[in-house]
Design a protein around this ligand. Sequence first.
Ligand code: ATP
Ligand code: MG
Length: 296
Amino acid sequence: MILKIENLSKNFGKLKAVNQINLQIEQGSVFGLLGPNGSGKTTTLGMLLGVTNPSSGSFSWFGQGDSPKVRKNIGAILEQPVFYPYMTGAQNLDIVCKIKEVPKSRVEQVLEQVNLLDRKDDLFSAYSLGMKQRLAIASALLCDPKVLVLDEPTNGLDPQGIAEIRQIITDIADSGKSIILASHLLDEVQKVCSHFCVLQKGNLIYQGKVEDDFSTSTSIEVASDNNQQLMSVLKSMPHVKEVIENEKTLLVKGDSSLNSLQVNKHLTAQGIVVSHLTTISKSLEERFLEILAESK
Ligand SMILES: Nc1ncnc2c1ncn2[C@@H]1O[C@H](COP(=O)(O)OP(=O)(O)OP(=O)(O)O)[C@@H](O)[C@H]1O
Ligand SMILES: [Mg+2]
């Protein structure tokens, strides 16, 4: 486990910006902190990085508590780092190397990781927004951290810039680093993360695995007065991957082209009358969209 958070809270006066959150993040995961504007993502990351003092609760990195020494294993971009516009990308990273006491040989390695090697000698002022963000990620990687923490890494970028950053994040994760990223974009979390939680007004209201919750599969709940017969008919139906027996209902899991109308037609054609038929997939996505709507 890379991080364990227990009852962590931050109050700003009466406002509970982060309210008693509990969370565990496993090594190797790309963990998405998902929530609308003002839900407490940045405040949470600020506490985890030693920038903001918690009001109460605690957290522990790598099972070793929290201290500047422990935090040396974390590379983070919380606010836009300040780079010198009149220096090149490589020169800017040389300076960071001095501050962080990292050998300069790391500069080319991290520039390569963020696809900036061919632009390393261009002035920072000539970089596009996407390149500036990639330089920031390179800077966070200099000390070869175990964990990379990113706050809204694609904010303000155009679609191509967004795609580039997402690919870089995925590559960094594939290289064995754990990543924690805050985002208000459901789509981003779906595309990049392995695990996620949802924050709403400072409360952690959901946590799960991306593949379980946002997979492109459909789940349909069905029941009839003869579930055994129903089971065998459903199992032979096209697009159905799995049929799980619950107490009174059957849960049909299939690919995204499966829908309740098809199931109903298929069963009717087989002379089976259902007493219950509900689509239960995508509920989380719908729920998140509701949360976004509520918070406006
Ligand atoms: N320094 C502060 N003083 C007072 N209130 C603050 C402070 N920082 C944050 N807040 C409040 O705490 C709540 C959570 O803010 P936070 O920045 O953590 O949200 P966020 O999820 O990162 O939002 P966004 O998606 O807009 O970045 C907000 O209501 C915000 O106004
Ligand atoms: Mg924020």
